[in-house]
Design a protein around this ligand. Structure first.
Ligand code: NAD
Length: 495
């Protein structure tokens, strides 16, 4: 890969890496299968990528198992492992122009966001997790059994970890999983989403360049129902770390029971964002609009249910609608675009289905509500108001630039409403009252709560779901509970 400084990305330039990465080699699928990759900004196919089938999954598992058992990674000193991960973070930054270009082509996010948001964010994850490679420690434990015993725990890697990632932030979510899995000494098979397979392959290439040995990170693009399903059923994979829909999460739970593999599941959300009447209303409007419209709403933690106190309801709804109307939606390579298209034609159908359902169930469309009539998969940023709790647009994850506003009167009522969801991924609170902020944060049934801000992420902040939003945590030191297992060693000193 080559680096250029401050270049204007060329969408027509050929893609370098389109084959499977298994044991440090770029290979075709065993059956020669390939699939088309679409640019969501235009709806056009721009490349084809090898599609891993069951035989390729077997090859990847064999490679990752060998790399794990023979230990070029696990037995490397923690400091050397740390240095390789840091170097991988550096290489991501050095290649940010090209990685950003490919992410924009593949996913549709504006180039400025891919280049200056996604890539540095993935790099930060490798830098942060590289520090943990030297700090994964056990404990010494005083026990009361008769005799003189020395008891301690070791935190050991789990083995071969399959990482299955979605298409909304392809590189960033891959980094959330791969960085801690590798820091803990596991080997990884990464399966990107079929809609966005390319930056995962670039990550694999840079991992080799960073000195991470062959087989430690294999990358096998393919479809969920075939490649993903084969991985989750595979007896040679010890753990699956998955981000995606709750429906697929349930399938993964079923499919993984053969060898009772460990699971981390980061699933959907329908997060409540509450605006109290004493909030800084201007900040709440801006932050809440960004909390739903960023990445065209394709964010699991998006603040898609907006609860606004009756005293400020009209002002807030009008303010967010004004922001929505002024957002420039367009091709990821148009430097004026603030949000891009939805990631696939299939997803466009899903989101427009919800737009129709909002209207037919009686919500009021304040702005948007339509597909943008052009090539590519665009939807106008949409604000629905005066919605009812029983409507599909209030209960189900839309995963598009669509916010649903609901009015509330008192705090107890809004907390009950916010928690009336099968999901529990995140939530927002806007208030100047410190007591309201902390009390409501404690009552939220959600894995992350933002106060007077929304969607602030950092590698040091654990992230994951309550209820049907999943199992386990990404990021922070908590993530190592999910990528290590604890061994207790009990030594009789009276021998
Ligand atoms: P999905 O859950 O089906 O896909 C996510 C990943 O899982 C992809 O890599 C896919 O190939 C893989 N996958 C699919 N079926 C699988 C199976 N049976 N076994 C193993 N892996 C499998 O998501 P989707 O259908 O692309 O999107 C549907 C909805 O999911 C979205 O509209 C959105 O609501 C939600 N979603 C949530 C997130 C999130 O970050 N929580 C991300 C993407 C999608």
């Amino acid at each position: 890969m080559t680096t250029t400084a401050n270049h204007t990305p060329d969408p027509t330039k050929a893609i370098d890496r389109t084959r499977l990465l298994i044991h440090g080699e770029w290979v075709d699928a065993a059956d020669g299968a390939e699939f088309d990759v679409y640019n969501p900004s235009t709806g056009q196919v721009f490349t084809r990528v090898s599609e891993a089938g069951p035989e390729d999954v077997n090859r990847a598992v064999e490679s990752s198992r060998k790399a794990f058992e023979e230990g070029p990674w696990r037995n490397m000193t923690p400091l050397d492992r740390s240095a390789a991960l840091w170097r991988l973070g550096d290489l991501l930054l050095e290649n940010a122009d090209e990685i950003g270009r490919v992410e924009t082509l593949d996913q549709g996010q504006p180039f400025s966001i891919a280049r200056h948001g996604s890539v540095p964010s993935a790099a930060r994850m490798f830098h942060y997790m590289s520090g943990w490679a030297t700090k994964i420690e056990g404990n010494t434990i005083p026990i009361s059994a008769g005799g003189d015993f020395h008891v301690y725990t070791r935190r050991e890697p789990i083995g071969v970890v399959g990482c299955i990632v979605p298409w909304n932030f392809p590189l960033v979510i891959a980094a959330w999983k791969v960085a801690p899995a590798l820091a803990a000494g596991n080997t990884v098979i990464l399966k990107p989403a079929e809609q966005t397979p390319l930056t995962a392959l670039m990550l694999g290439e840079l991992a080799l360049e960073a000195g991470i040995p062959p087989g430690v990170l294999n990358v096998i693009p393919g479809f969920g129902g075939r490649t993903g399903q084969t991985m989750t059923e595979h007896m040679g994979i010890d753990k699956i770390s998955f981000t995606g829909s709750t429906t697929t999460g349930r399938r993964i739970v079923d499919a993984s029971k053969g060898n009772l593999k460990r699971l981390s599941l980061e699933l959907g959300g329908k997060s409540a964002n509450i605006i109290f009447p004493d909030a800084d209303i201007e900040a709440a409007i801006g932050g809440s609009a960004n909390g739903i419209f960023f990445n065209a709403g394709q964010a699991c933690a998006a603040g898609s249910r907006l609860y606004v106190h009756e005293n400020v309801y009209d002002e807030v709804v009008a303010g967010i609608a004004e922001v929505a109307k002024n957002i420039k939606v367009g091709d990821g390579f148009d430097p004026t675009s603030e949000i891009g298209p939805l990631a696939s034609a299939q997803h466009l159908d899903r989101v427009t289905g919800y737009l129709q359902s909002g209207v037919s169930e009686g919500a009021r469309t304040v702005t948007g509500g339509t597909q943008i009539d052009t090539q590519g998969y665009y939807v106008a940023p949409t604000v629905f108001a005066d919605a009812r709790e029983d409507q599909k647009i209030v209960q189900e994850e839309i995963f598009g630039p669509v916010v649903v506003a609901l009015k509330f009167t008192d705090t107890e009522e809004v907390v009950r409403a916010a928690n009336r969801s099968a999901y529990g991924l995140a939530g927002g609170i806007w208030t100047k009252n410190i007591s309201t902020a902390h009390k409501v944060a404690a009552q939220f049934q959600a894995g992350s709560v933002w106060v007077n801000c929304y969607q602030v992420f950092d590698p040091a902040m654990p992230f994951g779901g309550y209820k049907e939003s999943g199992w386990g945590r990404e990021m922070g030191h908590e993530v190592f509970n999910d990528y290590t297992q604890v061994k207790t060693v009990c030594v009789n000193l009276d021998t």
